[in-house]
Design a protein around this ligand. Structure first.
Ligand code: PMP
Length: 386
């Protein structure tokens, strides 16, 4: 007979294809499970079996805390994607890119100044920059808020560290540092600078760039990120930070990351990026189509751009929709969506107005399908005034 189907809690019916009525579409977090089907298709090439005696040591044979083999493979991935200049760069590994964000602030803020360096980002920005900087309560740096506070100052008066997220979380736009001058230093967070999420117009060539496995392969739980650093003194300080803080990144995680890099490189990256891009592009197209008939809601515009990886002009495929409630009375857009069974993340989380909500498009297909279903229903009833 037919196997009994165990449906996800939000689905029902004999083949789990009907939506359960009371179930909300939870598109709050940036959990990158959209890549899970890719790895089920590549289960063997990405599998690891590690004997109990393996890699017990604190350090590698060369006494370092960074696997040279993994470093080599990361550089190869950048070379085939063409998303970063790696020549003349030092590399530091982190427990996710999260650890490296603060390692970078720490390294850039040490300049013998008696006043703390100011940390800034352009609204809307990823909340961890503010949260981490506040949390550590350092005497060396302080969160100063929106970059625009300094925009019209021709020479920034003090040491300022600007976070630049490109493509940006939440709105997916490619960004450049706003602040210039000898006391302005930028930390480029390139978590999403991969062909899944954006065109790659040129290799990024900044002095301090941060990447993460979380949004490249989807293995957020492995907690692995890396920084490419031009300046040797900054590199030394960031390396010391990870050394003092954790004595380096789990050797098991480094092994797992190596296995995943090898799996990506097997198909010259084509398979992973074709899958990632196709999935994200389709989701964006479907959501855009749904929203195109709405007067009540709008989403960000991203122009098509030439991609050096795919060697063609390509449309948008961002990780998040940055949705705006257009009606004057819909000031609390999160509440409007929640009432319709859609859980997004409030604009205020990104230091923006609550007229905006971020919808995650990188969760599982079920999460996305449910979002589309709830959004269609909400827009269908738009004229009813609910
Ligand atoms: N930077 C940005 C812009 C992010 O969106 C995220 C995760 N959502 C991170 C950094 C941190 O990711 P991780 O620590 O998993 O590398």
């Amino acid at each position: 007979g037919k196997p009994v189907c165990e449906c996800n809690t939000c689905f029902r019916g004999p083949d789990c294809s009907e939506f359960s009525p009371g179930c909300a579409a939870d598109v709050d977090s940036g959990n990158p499970l959209f890549l899970e089907p890719f790895w089920t298709q590549h289960a063997a090439s990405s599998a690891l079996l590690v004997a109990g005696w393996h890699r017990m040591s604190y350090s590698y044979n060369d006494h370092s805390i960074i696997s040279q083999e993994l470093e080599k493979h990361i550089l190869k991935v950048h070379a085939i994607v063409g998303n970063a200049v790696t020549a003349g760069r030092f590399i530091v590994f982190g427990a996710g890119s999260t650890q490296l964000l603060n390692a970078a602030v720490h390294a850039l803020s040490l300049n013998n100044s008696s006043t703390p360096a100011g940390v800034v980002a352009s609204i809307p920005f990823y909340p961890a920059y503010r949260e981490q900087t506040d949390f550590f309560r350092s005497v060396d740096y302080k969160f100063f808020g929106d970059t625009s506070l300094w925009k019209n100052t021709s020479d920034v008066p003090k040491n300022v560290i600007e976070f630049v997220t490109s493509p940006n979380n939440p709105d997916g736009l490619l960004k450049k540092a706003v602040l210039q001058g000898p006391s302005a230093k930028a930390v480029y967070d390139h978590a999403y600078y991969w062909p899944h999420f954006t065109a790659i117009p040129a290799p990024a060539d900044e002095a301090l760039m941060i990447f993460t496995l979380s949004k490249l392969t989807g293995h957020a739980g492995s907690r692995f990120g890396w920084a490419l650093i031009k300046d040797e003194a900054v590199y030394e300080k960031m390396l010391l930070y990870t050394d003092e803080n954790t004595f380096g990144i789990s050797r098991d995680t480094q092994l797992k990351a190596l296995k995943l890099m090898k799996a990506i490189l097997e198909g010259k990256g084509r398979e992973l990026f074709d899958f990632g891009h196709e999935t994200m592009r389709k989701r964006w197209e479907n959501l855009s189509k749904t929203l195109s008939v709405s007067k009540r809601f709008s989403i960000q515009q991203i122009a098509p751009q030439y991609c050096t990886f795919f060697q063609k002009v390509r449309g948008p495929s961002p990780a998040y929709a940055w949705l705006k409630c257009e009606r004057p009375e819909d000031e609390d857009c999160h509440a409007v969506l929640s009432a319709a069974g859609i859980i997004g993340r409030r604009g205020s989380s990104f230091s923006a107005e609550n007229r905006y909500v971020r919808l995650s498009l990188i969760k599982s297909q079920d999460d996305f399908d449910l979002l589309l279903h709830r959004m269609n229903a909400l827009i269908f009833h738009e004229e009813d005034g609910i």
